[in-house]
Design a protein around this ligand. Structure first.
Ligand code: GLN
Length: 205
């Protein structure tokens, strides 16, 4: 199995290392040909507007868009989540949206005071122990489509009027996290993605 890691900008090395810890070969994706034969792809965190420009200039954007539309499994973290979502608020009007998971997201939606924070999340899909989570200028998931499974939420902040916010979601073979699982030593979300990729391969045989 070969899992691509979009390697145009952002925390590429950390995702490659996380996959290597699980015994998976990760292939950096910089040009369209790097997509050939991959079984899944990770879209790392970074800056979604910059990533969008690099997707266009490298030619990877259109090829990746086709692959995602054909059902390529994908794992997007933070900026990667933004790229995979259907609707992006507070983005650049020309930024790329692959529309691979039905989410409305607001860039930098956790606001200035809380641009970065750490906490733990309950993610029953990967086990009972809490999952450590690092949020860095993270997007807020404001709405999820009917076919999206919410795997983890942040509880509402004390005193806030809003409710709990989804932070880890899945729709079919597409998994997203608003935080950065690659920055902690906890590999359970990467393992979940590897399992999704394996399942997807089995069903296509
Ligand atoms: N705020 C960034 C964006 O809009 C995402 C931040 C991140 O990936 N850590 O792309």
């Amino acid at each position: 199995m070969t899992i691509g890691v979009l390697a145009l900008q952002g925390d590429v090395r950390e995702h490659v290392a996380a996959l290597a810890d699980l015994g998976e070969v990760a292939r950096p994706v910089r040009v369209p040909a790097d997509l050939d034969g991959i079984d899944g792809i990770v879209l790392p965190g970074g800056e979604s507007t910059t990533l969008s420009m690099l997707l266009a200039s490298s030619g990877v954007g259109d090829a990746l868009g086709d692959a995602l539309a054909a059902g390529l499994p994908a794992f997007g973290t933070c900026a990667g989540l933004i790229l995979l979502a259907t609707d992006v608020r507070d983005g650049r009007p020309d930024q790329r949206s692959f529309g691979a998971i039905e989410l409305t997201v607001r860039r930098n939606g956790y606001g200035r005071q809380a641009e970065s924070f750490e906490c733990t999340l309950s993610v029953p899909a990967v086990g009972d122990d809490p999952v450590p989570a690092v949020f860095i200028r993270a997007p807020v998931i404001e709405a999820v489509g009917p076919d999206v499974d919410v795997l983890a939420e942040l509880p509402a902040a004390p005193g806030s009027t809003g409710g709990a916010r989804p932070v880890v979601c899945r729709q079919g073979p597409v998994l997203v996290a608003a935080h950065h699982p690659e920055l902690t030593g906890d590999r359970r979300l990467h393992r979940l993605f590897v399992e999704l990729v394996k399942e997807h391969r089995e069903t296509r045989r």
